[in-house]
Design a protein around this ligand. Structure first.
Ligand code: DC
Length: 224
């Protein structure tokens, strides 16, 4: 099956650290289409709120802030009011704030609108928590990516240590547990598997294996 001339909207949802972002990025690269990391958009909103001392649990104040904020993606980089902040949003502090701000109706409404607009204009691989269920319920393909809590904690720890963050396995494990809980139980658009999503477990699959698995489901042959 060829993907040329098809408007592809590929939704990849899953828990923090499941490997969905790596899988989504690789998939977009092989297919030659845009990768949209919606988590980075919530992180960008949190980054701005922290910078401007806007409480990340104040729906009204965050709504006001976002009404004068531009968040966009250009070639895989996240732009906040035109500035590339991609390298500043992967800290534990921003993770906590993003988890909080993503619970607000004003924030979700604004970011979901941007996400839908992008996906209507071009083929995308979009990853997040509510893509298959809420942002793009009519997506051409939907995947739900998971891995055990322990595997995810090990991966996230390695990532953070590499970036020079001071943290421990226990701290990362507790953080992931808390974020899973908040992502899955929040009132608005919680993380749930879309009924028509294909399950992908990355516990026993390396990066290449996961990519091949996704491509197979989409109907693309790729030798690597
Ligand atoms: O994927 P991530 O860790 O970068 O996401 C950051 C936060 O944003 C996380 O707490 C979940 C939230 N999020 C969300 O609520 N909806 C999405 N579509 C993507 C992320």
């Amino acid at each position: 099956m060829s993907t040329e001339n098809r408007h592809l909207t590929i939704a990849i949802d899953g828990t923090s650290g499941s490997g969905k972002s790596t899988a989504a990025k690789n998939l977009a690269s092989v297919l030659g289409i845009e990768y949209i990391d919606t988590g980075a958009m919530y992180r960008a909103a949190a980054y701005k709120a922290l910078k401007e001392n806007v409480p990340v649990d104040d729906d009204h104040a965050v709504g006001d802030m976002l009404s004068e904020t531009e968040i966009d993606f250009v070639r895989g980089r996240i732009l906040l009011d035109g500035e590339d902040i991609s390298d500043r949003i992967r800290t534990l502090e921003i993770s906590h704030a993003a988890s909080k701000i993503s619970q607000l109706a004003s924030c979700r409404a604004k970011l979901v609108e941007i996400q839908r607009r992008i996906a209507s204009q071009k083929s995308v691989v979009m990853d997040g928590r509510d893509i298959g269920t809420n942002v793009l319920p009519g997506a051409s393909h939907k995947f739900y990516v998971t891995a055990s809590l322990e595997t995810r904690a090990e991966r996230r720890l390695a990532e953070l240590l590499e970036k020079g963050e001071q943290t421990t396995y226990e701290e990362v494990l507790e953080d992931l547990k808390a974020r899973d809980h908040s992502d899955m139980t929040r009132k608005l658009n919680p993380l749930v598997r879309a009924e028509d999503a294909i399950d992908i477990s990355t516990d026993e699959c390396d990066i290449e294996g996961t990519l091949q698995c996704l491509l197979q489901h989409i109907g693309v042959n790729y030798a690597g």
